[in-house]
Design a protein around this ligand. Sequence first.
Ligand SMILES: Cc1ncc(COP(=O)(O)O)c(C=O)c1O
Length: 377
Amino acid sequence: MIPSQKHLFDIPSEVSYLNTAYMSPLMNSVVIAIDEGARLKAQPWKLKISHFFDDVDKVRALFAKIVNVSAESIAIIPSASYGLTTAAINLPLAEGQTIVALKYQFPSHTYPWKKKARESEAIFKEVDVEDGFAATQSVLEAIDERTAIAALPNVLWTNGVLVDLVKIRQRCDEVGAALVLDLTQSVGAMVTDFSKIRPDFAVVANYKWMLGPYTTGFLYAAEPYLNGRPLEQGWITRKGGRNFARLTENSEEFEAGAVRYDMGERANFALMPGVICAIEQILSWGVDSIQTTLGLHNRDLCERLDGIGLKTTPHYLRGPHFIGAKVPDGTRDDFLDVLAERGLFLSQRNQDLRITPHLWNDQTDFDRLISTLSEIL
Ligand SMILES: Cc1ncc(COP(=O)(O)O)c(C=O)c1O
């Protein structure tokens, strides 16, 4: 169990922020790192060519540790949509084949697939797991010989319903389907081992459970896709890119690995130091300890929430870090505003109330959650 880490964040005592699934707060150390990075651009004579490469390489290696792969397979991207669109343009799909997804999964992970399905006269098939029951089983049943791509999360962003990705991978192997994952709502808070899940592509936007700045993220590409088609025709991803005086002499050949999928201007001098700082802190806590700590707090919270009449998703059907509860019928429309006025910050997606605490929370926050909800709902 990790004790509350509130002292590392800038969160006033009157605020109970239980909304990581929406946007995590930055740690004070991350803000300092970003501030120092931004100041480099204020005095560009201090910028060295190494600033375009060193932090980016470090970030790749740090993220690779989180998901247990080699740094070579990681690209730096600005958003989940960017990475998922990259995956979509690199996977084959024939007429009549299916792409299997969850109903209500995040739109960044549906639009590229809907478009691809339309263009190939294929079928975008959504599995309804709204009530959270047997999500894995329902997805397994939806994957068959016609399936070319399973496009899935590890937990559903509306209510934390869990999908067992190792089982899904096995089924994909049986039918020869590719597995593309949006892990924005799990990586950083749930142990995620790509050597076991073996995705073809996977993306993570950094601003939630990775505790990083907005507009940063990662794309993992498995070995067979390291010669694929990037979204952009960038210059810094090419061989010879380090010699700025001779860029026009470079061939079109890319650097080895997933670098080819890096976004343009990936060497964001302000944000990259913040990304490094956040991942180093996550690694020093350990993702397994984060998962255990959040999981135990949430088990306790769910019991108390059920006790005041909320129906939470059973713990064995959800990610340990993520609580979803049905908003009771008759709840006033502006209840989130009323909660916010009382210093309690949650979110609602569809009919689900998302309660997603993190290490900055403490017992005072949990007690405030229960007492305020029992009063308002
Ligand atoms: C599951 C999931 N993926 C991705 C995102 C963000 O997508 P993007 O980085 O494309 O803005 C969110 C934001 O809520 C999300 O919940």
